[in-house]
Design a protein. Structure first.
Length: 154
């Protein structure tokens, strides 16, 4: 067996370039290997939204548990207050990361309407364009092309 030839256990072949610059043969499957890319461009953005939501919830729960244990075990009122403030400070970046999440379709903040109104972290759809969480681009496009609904508030 030559040094620049690598044999697969099933004796199938793929051509690749070794470090020495020569080519060797190995077995390939029925076709080229493709990376896990989704046909839907929104799929990655929805995974990112879920990731940010879970990070925020985990951090808030961890800070709540640490604060509760610290309040129970720490003797001084000042250290208890300091621990609570540290927990709030540790959770703040995760809240801002979720708050600044852009909608995949309209690119505006997914949870925040304007400066005057409050945030809605429990929204199941974008507060601007109305795309539902998890909707594919194909599902979202017909809604974007339809006429906007007008609400009259008295």
């Amino acid at each position: 067996m030559r040094r620049d030839t690598v044999r697969a256990p099933m004796s199938d072949t793929i051509t690749f370039k070794s470090l020495s610059g020569s080519t060797a043969q190995m077995k390939d499957g029925p076709g080229p290997v493709t990376l896990g890319t989704s046909a839907d461009p929104y799929a990655y953005r929805w995974r990112e939204l879920r990731r940010r939501q879970m990070r925020m919830l985990r951090m808030a729960a961890a800070c709540f548990v640490a604060g509760a244990i610290g309040v129970y075990w720490l003797p001084s009122l000042i250290t208890k207050f300091g621990l609570i403030m540290l927990a709030v400070a540790a959770t703040t970046p995760f809240v801002f990361a979720l708050r600044s999440y852009p909608c995949p379709r309209c690119k505006k903040s997914f949870f925040e309407r304007s400066q005057e109104e409050r945030l809605d972290f429990f929204a199941k759809q974008c507060v601007h364009c109305g795309i539902a969480i998890g909707a594919s681009k194909a599902e979202a496009e017909p809604a974007a092309l339809s006429e906007p609904t007008i609400r009259i508030i008295f």
